[in-house]
Design a protein around this ligand. Structure first.
Ligand SMILES: *Cc1c(COP(=O)(O)O)cnc(C)c1O
Length: 305
């Protein structure tokens, strides 16, 4: 696995306030292996490809709309590695074809096993059993978070990110924020925006990063994957005003919270704030199908979505 050759742009969002807000477009890292998922899999896959293995296979986990599942399938296709997705919810066994994330993953060569929520919850056992069943496979945990994943996040930081006062990222399983915290400059403050209500995240991030330079905000807004009308309005307005597409699960919720913090004067005057756009735009299609069924407002579709 190689580092992408193109430069990832940092763009200023003209908010007209006493602080300056920028976005690093990690969503442009790779067309399908989106945003932070590329970096989280980077060392995992690189090390695996260096091993002598005859029956190569990547096995990983996720829900029906998982960005990580989509990214793992695309990565498997790119490197010619078989992929197996363990999907939460056995009710999807017969309906997965209607789900845009899973059908795209399947087109990219992924095969699935659907498991009950109960089986899925005990991931330790599940992972152990799969490793025994496929001894030569690479079993990547849910959301791709492990030590290797945290190491890979260092590539989201570079010379250009060094003079920002604040580094902001959405949090799912915490791997991305752990890496940002671990590799941030001494003077930088790291802000994490939880998309999931999980009280153990702070500790997990501290375990990975071993630094106290981060603060966590709850941006779960009704719970993980829940999409409020206000969330949709914000995403659509953000696109109209600034031409950047956000998705409703992570980046939309994070930026809305950052805007609130700016309004509350959380940031000292002249602060330079950098928010990472961690990608995940593939999820918009599935979100819109759900919204459409409920006759609710949709997320405005743009070019590639
Ligand atoms: C997975 C994901 C995150 C969260 O990353 P973690 O390392 O699991 O915390 C944030 N944003 C997007 C778009 C994602 O797909």
């Amino acid at each position: 696995m190689n580092l992408p050759k193109h430069k990832i742009p940092i763009v200023e969002i003209p908010i007209g306030k006493k602080v300056r807000l920028f976005i690093k477009r990690e969503d442009l890292t790779h067309p399908e292996i989106s945003g932070n998922k590329y970096w989280k899999m980077f060392y995992n896959v690189k090390k695996y490809l260096e091993k002598e293995v005859s029956d190569r296979k990547i096995i990983t986990f996720g829900g029906a709309f998982s960005n990580h599942i989509a990214a793992a399938a695309a990565l498997g296709k790119e490197f010619g590695i078989e992929t197996l997705g363990i999907i939460r919810g056995d009710e999807l066994e017969n309906t997965w074809q209607e789900n845009p994330t899973l059908s795209l993953a399947h087109q990219n060569g992924m095969t699935f096993r659907f498991v009950t929520r109960e089986t899925y919850r005990d991931k330790e056992t599940l992972m152990k059993n799969l490793q025994e069943e496929f001894p030569e496979s690479l079993v990547v945990p849910e959301g791709g978070t492990n030590e290797n994943a945290v190491e890979g996040i260092q590539f989201m930081l570079n010379e250009e990110t060094q003079d920002f006062d604040y580094l902001c990222s959405a949090i799912g399983t915490g791997g991305t924020l752990s890496g940002i915290s671990k590799f941030a400059e001494e003077h930088q403050k790291v802000l994490g925006f939880k998309a999931v209500k999980d009280e153990s995240l702070e500790k997990r991030i501290l375990n990975f990063s071993k630094r106290q330079n981060f603060t966590i905000f709850d941006a779960s807004d009704g719970g993980f994957g829940k999409i409020t009308d206000e969330n949709i309005r914000f995403i659509n307005k953000f696109y109209q005003d600034f031409g950047i597409v956000l998705e409703p699960v992570y980046t939309g919720k994070m930026l809305r919270k950052i805007f609130e913090l700016i309004e509350e004067d959380y940031f000292p005057e002249n602060s330079k704030i950098l928010a990472f756009h961690t990608g995940g735009l593939q999820g918009i299609k599935g979100a819109n199908e759900m919204l459409k069924k409920k006759k609710r407002n949709l997320i405005l579709l743009h070019d590639k979505n």
